[in-house]
Design a protein around this ligand. Structure first.
Ligand code: NAP
Ligand code: G4F
Length: 330
């Protein structure tokens, strides 16, 4: 039975990946931080076969201990401060966790796995945010990076380091340059989930409007459940490499609003959306659209859920959850 260690187990991707790998017959270990993390129960209720181990990306010793305890075949490094807006307010912490955290995990793998024939395969959660002020359209594995946030800069550091440990120490280290991926498990701080959960509350008469920032930026949005399969496929290849994972379609926040409000039976979202400058960013990523041609050719990976399907899945899940919550409160 293969053994996998996932950091960021309580996050959106960690939860999908844990279920995916368990379904493939893996023994899955999720790294959890803090002395009483409230999300521990959620993830073990969701996947009763998941085992938790302690660790924090800020603490090298804890990563070495986790690796020694688990003896994993595969490590998926999903943990990060992942919210771009927060990275502007807490840039040092972002560099510490999202950037230096990758260095610590790679060092732990180098030490525990040994210098030669290191058996541990490593996945780094890189991001399309690294492309930032994009140099070409669509973005591929060869597109130069121009990050536009402390988060993007930290991800470039982690990405380059993953390539370096592959080249310097022969570690089977791969990097997935994933474009935005969403789901009913997406954090409420991200724009898609903020819209679908607020819309569900508007529909149920529990909320009047949504405050948003820049509606013009464009994202290549896919479904997280599809994207975790690509992570696994990367680690099944003989050679480690970097792969763009995306849908190849781009949509603005306005278009997301159009589809979501139409689904909910509204002619227009405009009466329900206000602009709040607090959600504008000091520097923005205006356009993201990826080409996953390499992943299709080498991994045989393609997304299954399209944009409309994704919005519908998220809105319907939020409508059901909000209605359940409202009836519990009555
Ligand atoms: P997420 O929901 O924000 O989850 C982040 C995870 O990181 C949480 O489990 C969090 O644990 C953990 N974490 C934060 N600080 C930590 C620390 N010091 N030590 C250990 N764990 C820590 O993120 P996601 O959407 O699942 O994304 C997974 C990864 O992919 C992230 O690295 C993200 O940057 C990257 N990525 C995401 C997307 C996307 O569109 N979703 C696209 C490209 C790349 P707590 O519960 O303890 O806070
Ligand atoms: O949903 P967002 O916060 O996601 P963003 O910044 O694209 O980052 C996500 O995707 C990255 C991959 O490219 C990941 F690496 C990262 O970890 C994260 O998962 O914002 C999307 C867009 C931005 O242009 C933002 O300015 O939506 C715009 N936006 C407009 N109003 C808003 C809001 N974003 C948020 N979060 N909240 C708003 O009210």
């Amino acid at each position: 039975m293969k053994r996998a260690l996932i950091t960021g187990i309580t996050g959106q991707d960690g939860r999908y990946l844990s279920e995916f790998l368990t379904g493939k017959g893996y023994q899955v270990f999720g790294m959890i931080r803090g002395q009483n993390n409230p999300k521990a129960k959620l993830v073990t209720d969701e996947n009763p076969r998941l085992e938790l181990v302690e660790g924090d990306l800020r603490d090298l010793g804890s990563l070495i201990a986790a690796l020694e305890q688990v003896q994993p075949d595969e490590v998926y490094n999903l943990a990060a401060i992942s919210f771009v807006q927060l990275s502007f307010r807490q840039p040092e912490l972002t560099a510490e966790i999202t950037g230096l955290g990758v260095l610590r995990m790679l060092e732990a793998i180098r030490v525990v796995g040994g210098m030669e024939n290191n058996p541990i395969r490593f996945y780094q959660a890189s991001s399309s945010e690294m492309f930032g002020k994009v140099r070409e359209v669509p973005q591929t594995e060869a597109t130069p990076f121009h990050p536009r946030s402390p988060y993007g800069v930290a991800k470039v550091f982690g990405h380059d380091l993953t390539v370096n440990y592959r080249e310097a120490y022969g570690i089977h280290a791969s990097s997935g340059i994933l474009f935005n991926h969403e789901s009913p498990r997406r954090g409420h701080e991200f724009v898609t989930r903020k819209i679908t959960s607020s819309l569900a509350r508007i529909k149920l008469g529990l909320q009047e409007s949504i405050s948003l920032g820049n509606l013009e930026s464009r994202r290549d949005w896919g479904y997280a459940g599809d994207y975790v399969e690509a992570m696994w496929l990367m680690l099944q290849q003989d050679e480690p490499d970097d792969y763009v994972i995306s849908t190849g379609e781009t949509h603005s926040i306005r278009e997301f609003l159009d589809v979501a409000f139409h689904l909910a039976g509204y002619d227009s979202w405009e009466p329900y959306v206000t602009h709040d400058t607090r959600f504008d960013r000091p520097s923005e990523v205006d356009l993201l659209i990826g080409s996953a041609a390499k992943a299709k050719e080498k991994l045989g990976w393609e997304p299954r859920v399209n944009f409309e399907g994704l919005v519908k899945m998220m809105y319907e899940a939020d409508l059901e959850a909000e209605a359940r919550e409202a009836s519990r409160e009555q």
